[in-house]
Design a protein around this ligand. Structure first.
Ligand code: SF4
Length: 452
């Protein structure tokens, strides 16, 4: 694709949505959550799933521990150095797996397993082995399943990487964020290029099929020159995928972010330029820009899926697999089962206490109406396949209207088939989607008020 810094992009869109997180749960975040959604209701949903034994499942396991809190962190995690605390988490996780599979049946086929966090490789080697052993006790992980794990390079060793490979993980992702020393100090995450390179090459030698690196733009003290240096070092490693996430500064809900002064953050225009530089660097190097902020090799299954208009996004991330059933385990895990979105209790102790009482630890759930589902499909179509087909949005005239407003700005184009995001519009895709989210949230709130 053409790579240029669009000088005429409406930056007010960035300002309006610049701090809105829009990640895996974007379409989830837009909905009013039913906190009264009970353990019994979730059990009913799982009972329905029991009838569909032919359906493959995707599993997300959240490991909620880190050895130190990075100052930019937006994840649900707990800092701990207690091995007993992790053991207790694994006990509770096993209870959760048992409770769910008591209902849907043991040994169900899984075609996607993702272990995220937190820092999954904060667990010691016996704990990592136990984690996989208990998952395999309750589910059948298909030999061709996509198995992935998130790791912190500062916690990785050759022995641990060999163990993870031996346990069946074939895709691994490492958080790099930025290699500039000033940026690393400001975010409380110092990791040298030599260390990152060493861990990356060791993972290559170990045999992982896909090694992904995560970057973050919009961090304190990030400059275009500094970030371009990071991009060149990353390209030299030749990762299979790179995710380039936007930093969301929100100290009101994440108090540790108070340690980052907003005076040191790049402006909206500078942030856009940083992202543009990432797009330019990766696309020039032959990577395909997928979805909002992921870059993959042309041979990657995600690139093929995007070409063929069948790229999906579920609670785990972008996927070519059309699995509609995502079971989430661990505190804060978000899943989708039988058209119902569910999230577990985010608080570790509450999650454990619910399981101690043999309750499914669901915090909220949302059964999607047909309209909700179509709206969600529309957002996902925009995110994944950069278009809103007329048939998807047939009943969503107001959603169409909001997007139409951006035709004059050159962000979207209209045709008989629907609306397509332009090359310029891709830079603001996050914000075009967030506008839809904001609209959905407003309408869902109105619906809720109307029903009281
Ligand atoms: S390692 Fe990841 S999850 Fe843990 S504190 Fe840092 S950013 Fe947050």
């Amino acid at each position: 694709m053409t790579s240029f810094l669009p000088s005429n992009l409406p930056l007010e869109l960035l300002e309006r949505h610049g701090h809105a997180p829009l990640s895996c749960g974007s379409a989830v975040n837009s909905l009013i959550r039913d906190n009264a959604f009970s353990d019994t209701e979730y059990r009913n949903v799982l009972t329905e799933l029991r009838q569909h034994t032919e359906e493959s499942l995707a599993i997300y396991v959240h490991v909620p521990f880190c050895h130190v809190r990075c100052l930019y962190c937006a994840c649900d995690t707990t800092v701990t150095h207690s091995s007993e605390k992790v053991d207790r988490y694994l006990d509770a996780l096993e209870s959760e797996l048992a409770l769910v599979t008591d209902t849907i049946g043991r040994g169900r086929r899984v075609n996607q397993l993702h272990v995220g966090g937190g820092t999954p490789n904060h667990l010691n080697e016996p704990q990592l082995a136990r984690l996989v052993e208990i998952i395999e006790r309750y589910f059948y992980i298909a030999p061709d399943a996509c198995t992935s794990i998130e790791c912190n390079p500062r916690r990785s060793s050759a022995g641990q990487l060999e163990l993870l490979y031996g346990l069946g993980f074939r895709r691994i992702s490492f958080g790099v964020q930025d290699l500039n020393a000033d940026v690393q100090r400001a975010i409380g995450r110092v990791q040298s290029l030599d260390m990152v390179r060493d861990v990356f090459l060791t993972a290559r030698e170990t045999g992982f099929h896909s090694i992904n690196l995560d970057l973050v733009y919009g961090l304190p003290f990030q400059t275009r020159a500094g970030f371009q240096s990071t991009l060149q070092h990353i390209l030299a490693l030749s990762p299979d995928r790179v995710a380039c996430f936007s930093y969301t500064h929100d100290p009101a809900t994440r108090p540790h972010q108070h340690a980052i002064s907003s005076d040191h953050l790049p402006s909206a225009a500078e942030k856009l330029a940083l992202f543009h530089d990432a797009v330019h660097a990766f696309t020039e190097a032959g990577y395909r820009w997928v979805g909002l902020d992921v870059f993959v090799r042309e041979t990657d299954e995600l690139a093929n899926a995007q070409t063929e208009g069948r790229l999906h996004h579920n609670a785990i991330g972008y996927t070519p697999l059309p699995s509609k059933q995502v079971l989430a385990f661990g505190p804060s895990g978000i899943g989708e089962v039988g058209g119902v979105l569910v999230q577990n209790e985010p608080d570790l102790k509450t999650w454990q206490a619910r399981l101690d009482h043999y309750q499914l630890p669901v915090a909220w759930g949302q059964r999607l109406s047909d309209t909700d589902r179509r709206r969600r499909e529309a957002i996902l179509s925009l995110m994944c396949n950069l278009q809103l087909p007329a048939n998807v949005a047939a009943d969503l005239a107001q959603d169409y209207d909001r997007l139409r407003e951006h035709i004059a700005q050159g962000l979207v184009e209209m045709s008989a088939d629907g609306i397509r995001v332009t090359d310029e519009g891709r830079y603001l895709l996050r914000h075009l989607c967030a506008e839809q989210d904001a609209f959905l949230e407003l309408e869902a709130a109105q619906r809720r008020l109307g029903s009281n």
